[in-house]
Design a protein around this ligand. Structure first.
Ligand code: SF4
Length: 328
């Protein structure tokens, strides 16, 4: 990775905002850069406290930590704004400055036979997107960026739990190209029915996501069946500010109406060890990041389903409805 932490932008904003103390949030892959980043704050005589909590997505805004350390600004690296919070947050998106041409050239072979391409990118590639569009247009393709719907910050921007912008253009394109990583493209493959190709600059390959989709859909059907047969159900909510979807009471009511025992469980972040002692629970429904149930299927000994999947198990939606809506 050739990361640009947008230091000039950061310094300019810090001089403008003039914070005394900041909480710094770094995604997992860049926590190793904490020392370099700390120098920027030292030079400006701003006290910096680095968050040691996980920061998988822009939903993880460390509001509670910022209040606990009495920071007056959160500096959140690596993501674009996802939710509005009642606290000053400065987002530094971080650019990955790569020469994408070799991968774009490689992708042309996979894209033979596809004329209209739906394009989405992870935030680190935003600065390159005009060049990417031009490359494909010069090579006879028509590019449509995914729409800015829901929590994404820009047209074409992709986040792991919001694929409505891709669904919105699905009828107009022959396939999708995701410029990003496996996480984003897997979510796309779960959400649209047209072919999805990942330009994976980190593993140096172009991946057709078709096989992945089939495998995951089979796992999801197994988990839904387990909820249908479960007697005791744990409904999990996370306390992260960006994951308050507010449907827990409704879900508990639905479960009870279906004759199941249901309890509500809260935690900062879902992990296998935290569920271990709820051994009387047959199945969990998680109302936090929908990707935990889907991507971490193999990590959990008990089945976990998402809100949409729970609706299928409870007979309120059909599996076909969910496929149409997108399972993420
Ligand atoms: S809810 Fe999950 S997919 Fe969505 S931004 Fe947060 S970590 Fe990413």
């Amino acid at each position: 990775m050739t990361l640009n932490f947008e230091t000039d932008y950061l310094i300019e904003k810090l001089k403008e905002i003039k914070p005394k103390k900041v909480l710094v949030q770094l995604p997992e892959g860049v926590k190793q850069n904490a020392f370099d980043i700390s120098k920027i704050f030292e030079e400006l005589e701003i006290e910096a406290v680095f968050s040691g909590e996980t920061c998988w997505g822009a939903c993880s805004v460390g509001l509670e930590e910022a209040l606990a350390v009495k920071a007056d600004l959160i500096v959140h690296f690596g993501h674009a704004e996802f939710i509005k919070v009642d606290f000053p947050v400065l987002y530094v998106e971080v650019r990955d400055e790569l020469n994408l041409k070799p991968w774009l050239e490689k992708s042309l072979k996979e894209l033979e036979g596809f004329k209209k391409i739906g394009l989405s990118y992870s935030i680190q590639h935003r600065h390159d997107i005009e060049n990417v569009i031009k490359f494909y247009e010069d090579n006879g393709k028509e590019i449509i960026l995914s729409e800015k719907i829901g929590n994404v910050a820009y047209e074409g921007h992709i986040v792991g739990c919001q694929y409505s912008g891709l669904k919105a253009i699905e009828d107009k394109v022959d396939c999708f190209v995701i410029l990003g990583n496996n996480f984003h493209s897997m979510g796309a493959a779960m959400s649209v029915e047209k072919p999805v190709f990942l330009i994976d600059v980190y593993n140096d390959k172009i991946t057709n996501m078709a096989g992945v989709r089939d495998k995951i859909l089979r796992q999801r059907i197994i988990s839904i069946e387990k909820l249908k047969n479960a007697k005791n159900v744990g409904v999990i909510i996370e306390s992260k500010i960006g994951q308050k979807f507010g449907v827990q009471e409704l879900m508990i009511k639905k479960l009870k109406k279906a004759g199941k025992n249901a309890i509500l469980i809260t935690m900062n972040e879902l992990s296998p060890d935290k569920l271990m002692n709820f051994y009387h629970v047959d199945c969990f429904i998680e109302l936090a990041c929908p990707r935990i149930a889907i991507d971490d299927y193999a990590k959990y000994s008990k089945p976990i389903v998402t809100f949409k999947e729970a609706l299928v198990a409870l007979g309120e939606k059909s599996w076909e409805d969910i496929l149409r809506m997108g399972i993420v």
